[in-house]
Design a protein. Structure first.
Length: 425
């Protein structure tokens, strides 16, 4: 339930627009947290005791600060069997809930500024393109595709199409033919962008099928890749099956896109459609990787019921590499989620180190090759003089430059952090 502003002068209250979601279903924690949605749309996880305070503040309250605090203390005492006084409730509100942006301070004054969470390797460079209302409308047009019978038929047709293409078609010849035609290059890029957008619409449609509202859709740069995104924070309101369906919705819509391209290819025999299918395959493989915050990562997180796996890297390395005692973060997890997260972390670290090492090792050669490729594209476009050739060259140059720009942005973050710490020191 979404709560209006109920604050009266000098009295604690929930921040206007705060919504109580309830218990985090199928969580990997020994004591399941409860969820509260802040007015800015961010989900906050609260332990049961703090959630009980929020629930009491959401109900009818007496007038006066002391009366409200005494009322909350009495309700908590009755619900938990533990003795709470006014000073305890004042502490919980001022030191725990107000800093999270969930309630005002105990004297009714506004809470301190609460910046949005900044998790490790998160998608930071965002530009919203479609507002929530537009996403809700578009996702409603495709939500019916998640009916179980249709999902089974789609996956069967996808497997059959993949077998047919793999056994009977020459993708290498099609790729060579497309690269020799600027118009075909432009069309393949357009189809790849359409596939990415349709992928994100799949996440939104899966949310709507599950009964929750998807957020805005947009684009930006994730690490070094141009990327689209859909805000599916509300999928945390669903159980494990609903969350995983939302995670897989994008790849499922990629499969639908491949079926459409395959049908067009069967009818026309155009090699650019075969190359477009290849580009969608690469997108699907990338999205299923569990090492970065792609769909595969969220599938693992929702499977074990732990929203942010990256924050367990430090505790697990201290426990299994430095042989230190298990800290509170790990003790809070159930046994099988703890095992899965441990395996994920111990596999992730060498993979990330290998990827970063290869990137830094090959960076000079990549820069040199990209510069030569850009110069060649610019020269070819200038000599041809054709509009399509110039447009195709411009798109390829942008695709070469964007990862380098993204890499520069990523490297600037730790540099700024280090510079800030040095200034403070």
């Amino acid at each position: 339930m979404s709560l209006p502003s109920v604050a009266r002068t000098g009295e604690p209250a929930l921040v206007a627009g705060t919504e109580l979601v309830g218990e985090f279903e199928d969580s990997g924690y020994r004591e399941p947290p409860h969820l509260v949605c802040r007015p800015d749309g961010q989900i906050v996880r609260l332990p049961p005791l703090l959630y009980q305070v929020v629930r009491v503040l959401a109900g009818p309250l007496p007038g006066g600060r002391e009366a409200v605090l005494a009322h909350v203390a009495g309700e908590l005492t009755g619900q938990t069997g533990r003795q709470f006084g006014v000073e305890h409730i004042e502490f919980l509100i001022d030191e725990k809930l107000a800093p999270l942006g969930v309630t005002t301070r105990s004297d009714g004054s506004p809470p301190p500024p609460t910046p949005r969470a900044d998790p490790f390797l998160a998608f930071r460079f965002r530009l919203a393109v479609l507002p929530e209302r537009a996403t809700w409308f578009l996702s409603g047009l495709f939500a019916w595709l998640f009916r179980p019978a249709l999902v089974v038929l789609t996956l069967g047709a996808f497997v059959a199409t993949e077998v047919w293409l793999a056994l009977t078609q020459d993708t290498g010849a099609a790729l060579r033919a497309v690269l020799s035609s600027p118009a075909d290059v432009l069309l393949v890029v357009a189809l790849a962008i359409a596939s990415c957008a349709f992928h994100e619409l799949g996440h939104g449609a899966a949310c709507r099928y599950g009964g929750v509202r998807p957020g805005a859709m947009g684009c930006g740069i994730y690490l070094v890749w141009p990327a689209f995104y859909t805000d599916i924070t509300n999928s945390y309101r669903l159980g494990r099956a609903g969350r995983i369906r939302a995670d897989l919705g994008g790849v499922y819509f990629n499969a639908l896109f491949v079926l459409g391209l395959g049908a067009l290819y069967a009818a026309t025999g155009s090699p650019l459609l075969l190359v477009a299918v290849l580009s969608v395959h690469l997108e699907m493989i990338q999205q299923l990787l569990p090492t970065l915050r792609f769909d595969g990562y969220y599938i693992v997180a929702d499977l074990v019921g732990i929203p942010d796996l990256f924050k367990y890297i430090g505790p697990i390395l201290r426990r299994f590499v430095l042989r230190r005692p298990q800290d509170e973060q790990l003790r809070a997890l159930k046994r099988w989620p703890q095992i899965v997260v441990t395996v994920w972390v111990l596999l992730l670290i060498p993979v990330l180190c290998l990827q970063v090492g290869m990137l830094l090792l090959n960076l000079p050669e990549v820069l040199r090759a990209d510069w030569q490729r850009i110069a060649m594209l610019a020269a070819d476009a200038g000599s041809s003089g054709g509009v399509l050739a110039v447009a195709a060259a411009a798109i390829q140059i942008v695709l070469l430059v964007l990862p380098l720009a993204g890499l520069a942005l990523v490297l600037m973050q730790p540099v700024r952090l280090l510079a800030g710490r040095l200034r403070r020191a």
